[in-house]
Design a protein around this ligand. Structure first.
Ligand SMILES: C[S@@+](CC[C@H](N)C(=O)[O-])C[C@H]1O[C@@H](n2cnc3c(N)ncnc32)[C@H](O)[C@@H]1O
Length: 320
């Protein structure tokens, strides 16, 4: 049961937990608890001495997780951004873990609860923070940011062709009155996006961009990846589910860098064991949702999961 009426349908549930290759006595981290779909399946595969540590920034996710923690002593919830992974593991006295899962982005309850201000489908205060206890809201940012910064955010994180026009309209509008609601922003964007993509609201890209910016989603992803790799035990698994190309590009590039040997000019003769060994090895091909899952849960259509395993190479400062 959830603390709100909104439900999250877990994406790639069996696939992600299988990717972690759970050892009954292992220690695992779920960086994105949400409503606990992945966490519950991990706990069901752990024995009495296993342990699961989960993170979330969202107070409703935390309330749900606290109920689970009260019932199951193997489970610990941390109300913090996952970019604090290393620091939180140190606080909990955990040096190495056997697997780390990330199911990125927003949960369905965050989008479906109109009051959170994530969606142009509802009229609500323009908030968009996953963590409503800190940071600035989308409305506060739009009220003060330079036009150029607004344009860059919408262009980069929304891949929106009309970013310049939208940013200019936002700045012109706020001279008259601050933009305070999702509806006000959606209307303004709609008036400034000329070509419409079939089946997509003209505000989709701008809302995605502002959400990514307000929650520092890509910066936090870049910050957590090396911490996760560093804390994995030999043979430990990393499984990351992304929902858009900007996230997946960061994950793909990180895994490529962390799993390739140092490049030496081809004429240099070296013994294999002289070569610097990479800390990670990718496992299999990227995993996508089955047709059946996509039919039942449209959100899974864009999901892509990448998996990696920690090698026996000792972690060296400067490793990816
Ligand atoms: C897609 S949902 C996860 C759903 C979960 N796997 C489930 O099955 O219920 C993503 C969750 O991660 C949280 N989240 C996103 N970025 C985060 C970050 N940097 N640190 C902590 N939590 C984050 C969001 O608040 C949201 O609850």
């Amino acid at each position: 049961m959830s603390s709100t009426p909104y439900v999250h349908r877990t994406v790639l549930l069996a696939e992600a937990v299988a990717a972690l290759a759970i050892k009954p006595d292992g220690v695992y981290v779920d960086c994105t608890f949400g409503r606990g779909g992945h966490s519950r399946l991990i706990l069901s595969q752990l024995g009495p001495h296993g342990r699961l540590i989960a993170f979330d920034k969202d107070l409703e996710a935390i309330a749900e997780a606290e109920k689970l923690a009260a019932e199951d002593s193997r489970f610990t919830i941390v109300h913090n951004g996952f970019e604090t992974l290393g620091q939180e593991l140190a606080r909990l006295g955990v040096a190495v873990v056997d697997g780390v899962l990330m199911d990125l982005g927003v949960s369905s309850p965050q989008i479906d609860d109109g009051r959170r201000g994530f969606s142009f489908r509802f009229d609500a205060p323009l908030d968009m923070r996953m963590d409503t206890t800190r940071g600035i809201t989308a409305a506060q940012w739009l009220a003060t940011a330079e036009e150029d910064e607004i344009k860059e955010v919408i262009k980069t994180y929304g891949e929106e062709r009309f970013a310049r026009k939208i940013a200019a309209a936002i700045v012109a509008q706020r001279e008259l009155a601050p933009i305070q609601t999702t509806r006000e922003l959606a209307l303004l964007v709609g008036q400034n996006v000329r070509t419409r993509e079939p089946g997509q609201d003209p505000a989709t890209r701008t809302f995605q961009a502002i959400r990514i910016f307000v929650n520092r989603e890509l910066d936090e992803l870049k910050a957590v990846l090396p911490q996760a790799a560093r804390h994995l035990a030999e043979g430990g698994r990393l499984a990351i589910i992304s929902f858009h190309s900007l996230e997946d590009r960061i994950v793909k590039q990180y895994l490529r860098d962390a799993s390739s040997v140092e490049k030496l000019p081809s004429w240099v003769m070296v013994r294999a064991d002289d070569m610097a060994r990479p800390p990670l090895e990718t496992v299999g091909k990227p995993v996508r949702a089955s047709e059946e899952e996509v039919r039942e849960n449209a959100r899974s259509r864009s999901a892509i999961m990448r998996i990696a395993e920690r090698t026996a190479a000792p972690w060296r400062e400067g490793d990816a």
